[in-house]
Design a protein around this ligand. Structure first.
Ligand SMILES: [Zn+2]
Length: 59
């Protein structure tokens, strides 16, 4: 039995490697701390500093 595969037409540029830190999303969760005791109040989404928000792995 032959598996039916849908092939996407290849464009000129190959898919860039995804950033391992944000996994291609370009955003990472940043823990937010406040006060002298650095109490953790939650997490917010921030720009990934590894790929600078592009989501692509950089060399
Ligand atoms: Zn990243």
């Amino acid at each position: 039995m032959t598996a039916v595969t849908t092939r996407k037409p290849q464009t000129a540029a190959p898919a860039p490697a995804k950033c391992p830190v944000c996994k291609g999303s370009g955003e990472v969760s940043v823990t937010v701390r406040v006060g002298r005791k650095r109490r953790t109040v939650g997490a917010q989404t921030g720009m990934c500093l590894t790929c600078l928000g592009s989501g692509e792995a950089t060399d």
